[in-house]
Design a protein around this ligand. Structure first.
Ligand code: NAD
Ligand code: MG
Length: 403
């Protein structure tokens, strides 16, 4: 039976890769809704190609532009806007599968709505799960939603675990691989003046700007440890991080009998996306087959927490429990945005996150309202930490003004 998709964040890197796979299999997948924030022009192109019933954008002005262009091209897609519209297309009865590919906390409400509506959810938006943890997983269980990881490491682990995700008999550890990003071999002292352009130049993956910076600080791997904790129900102590600069092994599962299962492939997100879209079947993703002879060597090293303090901070937040992961995520989003707009230097990202965690009055979340409140409070605390940074850590990229 054909699957009907809502693709949240269709104009982003994951969104475009998803549409590339979808276009290869029109008999399997149709699009119910596409959503973008401000990139109306790209959304128009996508609507003309995939003819969704609904398109969602962030604001009324963008909606007006998109609607006018679609009307002029005789396209019947209905254009709506705002956060509630994202929730609506994620729980609508006309879609059965929701691809959660919005970046950051903005993806939480629609992803959770999809869980509560019992959809099949393809999760790329790790921040949503990091923030809401057990609330999200409970919603999936209580409403018989199906949660399939798209993040390449988690998708790899999912492929290496027994089919029943909860059948953990014999699993001793999961091992998340990490490329180490563009600054893997740089001394921390030399990173003070790096620019957003340098931080976003990932050696193996082409991704959105926020996750690219997260990869450079390795906060991405920290968020992924927390994501793995919730997805696979394992404590932090049984989740290892292994630096693997070639990004060919996407992650591994270590079993008590000494077996280690790994999933390999070229670094292209269309593989985990195609896996999750077609699961349990397999379909062509357009990804070039892996040529191990050409790759010849795979290398591994331990992560250096001194070099990557954000990774250590995420591990601490996971161990602290309660609202610490939500605060970590919100502080990081604010700090990364400040770095991308050249307000703070690269090294200040970890300092801002640390300051927010240090000042956190942690407690257990009794519901979603607590998570949203913790997210808000951490954003305010991060803005304040930025104002109090020593002069050398502000404007360190040399420009000093928001573009
Ligand atoms: P991106 O910046 O390329 O795209 C983000 C998408 O979200 C865009 O469509 C944008 O319009 C939309 N968006 C942004 N802010 C929004 C808001 N406030 N409200 C509604 N929509 C908004 O990001 P990406 O690289 O595609 O990453 C998306 C998610 O997938 C992130 O959570 C990231 O961590 C995760 N992820 C990405 C990759 C990758 O290779 N790019 C790999 C694994 C996981
Ligand atoms: Mg990943």
């Amino acid at each position: 039976m054909q699957k009907s998709l809502t693709l949240l964040g269709s104009t982003g890197s994951i969104g475009e890769s998803t549409l590339d796979v979808v276009a290869r299999h029109p008999e399997r997948f149709s699009i119910y809704a596409l959503t973008a924030h401000r990139n109306g022009d790209k959304l128009v192109e996508q609507c003309l190609r995939f003819a969704p019933a609904v398109a969602v954008v962030g604001d009324a002005v963008t909606a007006g532009h998109v609607a006018a262009k679609l009307r002029a091209a005789a396209c019947k897609t209905e254009v709506v806007y705002g956060p509630q519209a994202l929730v609506e297309v994620s729980q609508n009865a006309q879609c059965d599968t929701v691809v959660a590919a919005i970046v950051g906390a903005a993806g939480l409400a629609p992803s959770l709505a999809a869980a509560r509506a019992g959809k099949r959810i393809l999760l790329a938006n790790k921040e949503a799960l990091v923030m809401s943890g057990s609330i999200f997983m409970d919603a999936v269980r209580d409403h018989q939603a199906i949660l399939l990881p798209v993040d390449s490491e988690h998708n790899a682990i999912f492929q290496c675990l027994p089919r029943e995700i909860k059948l953990h008999g014999g699993v001793s550890k999961i091992i998340l691989t990490a490329s180490g990003g563009p600054f893997r071999t740089r001394e921390p002292e030399s990173l003070v003046g790096v620019t957003p352009e340098e931080a976003c130049k990932h050696p193996n993956w082409v991704m959105g700007r926020k996750i690219s910076v997260d990869s450079a600080t390795m906060m991405n791997k920290g968020l992924e440890v927390i994501e793995a904790h919730w997805l696979f129900d394992l404590p932090g102590e049984r989740i290892d991080v292994l630096i693997h600069p070639e990004s060919v092994i996407h992650s591994l599962v270590s079993y008590s009998d000494g077996s280690v299962l790994a999933q390999l492939g070229n670094p292209d997100m269309r593989t985990p996306i195609a896996h999750a879209l077609a699961f349990p079947e397999r379909v062509d993703s357009g990804v070039t087959p892996l040529d191990l002879v050409q790759i010849a060597t795979l290398s591994f090293e331990k992560p250096d927490y001194r070099r990557f303090p954000c990774l250590a901070l995420a591990m601490q937040a996971l161990a602290a429990g309660g609202l610490a992961s939500a605060a970590l995520n919100a502080a990081n989003e604010v700090a990364v945005e400040a770095f991308l707009s050249r307000e703070i230097g690269f090294a200040a990202i970890a300092q801002v996150v640390e300051a927010v965690l240090d000042g956190l009055q942690n407690r257990e979340a009794s519901g979603l309202d607590d998570v949203i409140e913790a997210d808000d409070a951490a954003r305010r605390a991060a803005a304040q930490a930025i104002r109090h940074l020593p002069a050398g850590l502000r404007h360190a990229a040399g420009h000093g003004v928001r573009p």
